[in-house]
Structures are given as structure tokens and as C-alpha cells.
Design a protein around this ligand. Structure first.
Ligand SMILES: Nc1ncnc2c1ncn2[C@@H]1O[C@H](COP(=O)(O)OP(=O)(O)OP(=O)(O)O)[C@@H](O)[C@H]1O
Ligand SMILES: [Mg+2]
Length: 510
């Protein structure tokens, strides 16, 4: 057999008004890990949807060769039959169903006449879970698993279809470091078993670590293909391919202009939803000054998101106690409406669930939280709304035709810019950002940092939650660390570093 498992030649794909792919060539060697990189909207996901039959033959131009044979998939089922499986940017598992049911969904293990053979289902599921290193009971609902584990279930599902070419679209963007490492290790192991992988990722570190080959896309075209074995391929080299120039700094320079304490949170406590006596947030106290960017470091499960959501009035019926003061006066936040009225904005980490109405256009998503800014006497002024939305789209550099495009049609990273824009639009006094640059390309990250810094320079207070320590260190004036729901320490920028922070982030109760 040829050593090339996949060739894509001259692939073109158009959406109304957008040329997403323009003559892309891709060559993937058998048994390698091939990374696909490029800025948000470059066409990575679209190319993989073409390959996996999400966009069927006839809806794109160019040709696909699998094992040297022309492949014309009319749907995902077809590509699966050829041993290709795709794990999309947004997980596609059904939370209410069990792990085993998800693995064999649409591919049920039956005992003749369509009757599901539960014994076989559970047995085979267990074997597949072992292959991906998951020691879970296959009858558990998927909803009870962390995102990292759900990701592994997706891979187990792909393995159940005897995958030879596994496509992963930003698999680690929602994972913590340990989970990411675990996943990358699994990819290596699968490579050892002869499974080829195409990995889309914005994380330069992980790509340089596991990839054998890197193909860079820009504006729907293939810019270059780099072989790691050739040497000299480092992060800066990849950035140059992606952005078309060198990027001297990852974080913009800033001279902070910090004023008096604007927000003060005291003894903030959130009870665990089901376990009596357990607290997900436990007596948190912190301050944020005018013009200050404050970081919140912590490992997954430290309680940072729960803290932020409850502060924003989104506690989902959990019992919350504690006080927030703004400019020295008590601020009562019973719900999101109160929070917005109090000048608080929260950019959630899970954008799909909390951030956007995907069917709606970009304009409405951008203005939704600040409609009063474009309304007169309670009536939305459409013209003003469109102008304001267009202005914000420009500021956030959302790559789209115009503001009337459906938000769901945007690339993953561009959807995230819309969420951020939505909350910037409210002109908040306190902007809480929860993992704001997840899935964002390096160039756009810089833009987002600039926007956040500009907001701070105008006097706003910023609370930045991030799992990337370099991001916290590059952006924040002061950093708090959380562990098991509590603040375990606070470091000014000058004293903060990866190591002291890590120590605080892992300081569990004795
Ligand atoms: N269903 C669609 N309808 C219209 N335009 C689309 C659709 N899907 C993608 N596009 C457009 O095609 C271009 C490429 O998008 P794609 O999702 O492939 O980017 P990407 O490289 O995966 O980016 P990201 O890193 O942000 O996920 C973008 O301009 C996007 O807006
Ligand atoms: Mg994408």
C-alpha cells in the first residue's frame, strides 16, 4: 500500500458570499499526526467537513483520494465506512444517554430484528473505554463525565467504527493540562497502532510536541506544509506561516493606570447543588480597582467559574451568600438583570450554552445585552442597532460578510469574538472574562488583549479567569489563586510567576 493515506487536491468550497476554501491541497502520510493550523476563519473546519462528508460530494470542487482511490462521500456514513471519523469542535454526544449508548449510537449492537443486545453493548463499550484509558461504568450517563472524559468517549466511539483516519477539531480547547496531555498521549499510542490523525489546534505548544507534519491554511488557501523532522520548526516559525509576519510580542505593552477599589467581594460562598455541607465557593474575598486587570488562577474544579457565574446572578438556584460592594455601596445581585444594571458583564467559558443565539444574526447577538443603548422609549431603533453592531464587529475583527449573517455560520473562533463583543457592548464597569481566548488564534488573541486593556485604560475593572498561566502573567496587574473553592493567595505582578502560582493553585486543605 502507498504510504499516503489521504490526498485532497484543489479543494474549493463556497458559502453564499464567502469563499471558504480556494484550491486547497493536503497530503497526509499513513500513520502520522498531521496538524492543521491557521487563523480563525482560515477554513480548517470546513476542509475537514468536506473530507468527512458533512459537505457531500458535489457541494465542493476538487478531488479527494483515500488510499489512492477517488472518494466521493455523500454523507458522514460514507466516510465512516472508509474508516474516517471526525470529532467536531463542539462535542456531539447526547448528555442524557449512557456512555455505551453514545458509543454505539446509530450503530447499535443488535440481536437480530433490531433488538439491542445490551450485554454485548456494555461488554464492547468496556473494551473500547479501556483502549482510550477510561475506567468508567459504560451505563453512566455521559452528562456525569467531565469534558475531558467526554472527549475520550468520542474517540472510543470513533474506534468502534474501526477508524483509520481520525480527525480532531480542537479537541483540547476545553481541557485542562492533565487532560490534554492524556489525550495527546493517546493520539501517540493510536499512531503506534497505525491510526492516522489530523489534529486542528490553536495551541502551538501541543502541536510542536506531537505533530509529525503541519499544514498551515490562510484565507482558504494552503500556505505551506512543514515537516517537524526537518528541524527548525518552532512556535515562531509556525506563527509566521499563520499570520504572514513575525509576531514580536504575544502581549501588548501597557502602563497601568490603577485607581481606587471599585468592586469588593466579601465572604462569597456558593453551596454545592446536591452535596449538603459541601461548598463549591468558600468564603471568597477579593477586590478589583478602577483600571485594574486582576487574574484568577486555578485548576479545573477550583470554583472559578462558579464564583464568576454566581457573581453575575447565575447561580441556578444554588444557595449563595456574601456581599458585593461597588464604590463602597452594597450591590444586590439576585439575577442577571441586577448584575447588568450594576455594571457587571460576564463572558462565559461555555459559549455555546450560555453565550449566543446561533440562529440569530451577528447584529442581534452583539446588541442583545445592551439593547437599551440602541433603543428609544423601549423600542429598538434598527438603524442605530445595525450601525452600532457594525462598529463592534469591526472592533472585534469578526470575520464575516456583514452583521446580518447568522452567528451559527461563523467559524468557532469568530463566534467567540461575537460573545466578547456582546459584553463589551454593555460598556461594563466590571468585565469578568472566563477563558476568553480559548480557541482563538494567536493574532486575534493579541487583538482581544488590546481591547481588554483599552477597556481598563478607560477605567473599567477586569477580572480575568484563565487556565493559561502565561496569559495571566502577561495581562494581569495582580493575580489571585483559587483551590477547592477558596482563595489561597494573592500575588502582585512583580512577584507572580508560574511556580509560585502553581504552588498556590494546588494548596489543598490540610
Ligand atoms: N455554514 C456556513 N455558512 C456560511 N459561511 C460559513 C459556514 N461555515 C463556515 N463559513 C465561513 O467559512 C470560513 C471558514 O470557516 P471555518 O469554520 O472553516 O474556519 P476555521 O479555520 O475552522 O476557524 P476557527 O479557528 O475559528 O474554528 C469563515 O469565513 C466562515 O465564516
Ligand atoms: Mg474551526
Amino acid at each position: 500500500m502507498d504510504d499516503v493515506i489521504l490526498r485532497m487536491r484543489g479543494i474549493g468550497k463556497e458559502f453564499p458570499g464567502v469563499r471558504a476554501l480556494d484550491g486547497v491541497d493536503l497530503r497526509v502520510a499513513r500513520g502520522e499526526i498531521h496538524a492543521l493550523m491557521g487563523e480563525n476563519g482560515a477554513g480548517k473546519s470546513t476542509l475537514m467537513k468536506v473530507l468527512s462528508g458533512v459537505y457531500p460530494h458535489g457541494s465542493y470542487s476538487g478531488e479527494i483520494l483515500v488510499d489512492g482511490e477517488p472518494a466521493r462521500f455523500s454523507g458522514v456514513r460514507d466516510s465512516e465506512r472508509a474508516g474516517i471519523a471526525i470529532i467536531h469542535q463542539e462535542l456531539a454526544l447526547i448528555p442524557q444517554l449512557s456512555i455505551a449508548e453514545n458509543i454505539f449510537l446509530g450503530n447499535e449492537r443488535t440481536r437480530g430484528r433490531g433488538v439491542v443486545d445490551w450485554g454485548r453493548t456494555a461488554g464492547e463499550a468496556r473494551a473500547l473505554l479501556r483502549r482510550v484509558g477510561l475506567d468508567e461504568d459504560p451505563t453512566l450517563p455521559v452528562a456525569s463525565l467531565s469534558v475531558g472524559r467526554q472527549q475520550l468517549v468520542e474517540i472510543a466511539k470513533a474506534l468502534s467504527k474501526e477508524v483509520r483516519l481520525l480527525i480532531l477539531d480542537e479537541p483540547t480547547s476545553a481541557l485542562n493540562e492533565a487532560e490534554s496531555d492524556n489525550l495527546l498521549e493517546l493520539l501517540r499510542e493510536l499512531r503506534g497502532q497505525g491510526i492516522t490523525a489530523i489534529l486542528i489546534s490553536h495551541k502551538l505548544g501541543e502541536v510542536t510536541r506531537v505533530a509529525d507534519t503541519i499544514t498551515v491554511l490562510r484565507d482558504g488557501r494552503c500556505v505551506e506544509t512543514l515537516a517537524m523532522a526537518d528541524g527548525g520548526v518552532d512556535e515562531d516559525r509556525i506563527i509566521r506561516g499563520m499570520v504572514g509576519r513575525d509576531l514580536d510580542h504575544r502581549y501588548p505593552e501597557r502602563v497601568p493606570d490603577i485607581g481606587e477599589v471599585r468592586f469588593e467581594v466579601r465572604d462569597w460562598t456558593v453551596d454545592h447543588p446536591t452535596q449538603v455541607g459541601r461548598r463549591v465557593v468558600d468564603g471568597v474575598g477579593l477586590t478589583v480597582r478602577r483600571g485594574e486587570i486582576v487574574g484568577l488562577a486555578g485548576l479545573m474544579g477550583a470554583g472559578r467559574t462558579e464564583f464568576a457565574m454566581s457573581l453575575f446572578g447565575r447561580s441556578y438556584g444554588r444557595y449563595v451568600s456574601g456581599t458585593v460592594r461597588k464604590d463602597g455601596a452594597d450591590l444586590r445581585v439576585r439575577d442577571v438583570g441586577d448584575a447588568i444594571a450594576g455594571g457587571i458583564a460576564y463572558v462565559p467559558e461555555d459559549r455555546k450554552e450560555l453565550g449566543l443565539i446561533l440562529d440569530d444574526d451577528i447584529r442581534r447577538n452583539l446588541t442583545l445585552a445592551g439593547l437599551r443603548r440602541v433603543s428609544g422609549r423601549g423600542v429598538i431603533d434598527s438603524a442605530r442597532e445595525a450601525v452600532a453592531a457594525e462598529e463592534m464587529r469591526g472592533r472585534m475583527r469578526v470575520k464575516s460578510r456583514d452583521v446580518f449573517q447568522a452567528t451559527g455560520d461563523l467559524s468557532g473562533g469568530n463566534q467567540q469574538k461575537v460573545v466578547l463583543g456582546k459584553w463589551m457592548f454593555t460598556e461594563p464597569d466590571l468585565l469578568i472574562l472566563d477563558e476568553p481566548t480559548r480557541g482563538i488564534d494567536v493574532g486575534a488573541k493579541y487583538e482581544i488583549y488590546l481591547i481588554v486593556q483599552r477597556l481598563a485604560a478607560q477605567g473599567a475593572s477586569v477580572l480575568l479567569i484563565s487556565s493559561e498561566l502565561p496569559e495571566l502573567l502577561g495581562m494581569c496587574d495582580r493575580i489571585y489563586a483559587m483551590c477547592e473553592g477558596r482563595i489561597t493567595g494573592e500575588l502582585p505582578r512583580a512577584q507572580a510567576g508560574q511556580e509560585p502560582l502553581m504552588k498556590l493553585m494546588t494548596r489543598t486543605r490540610a
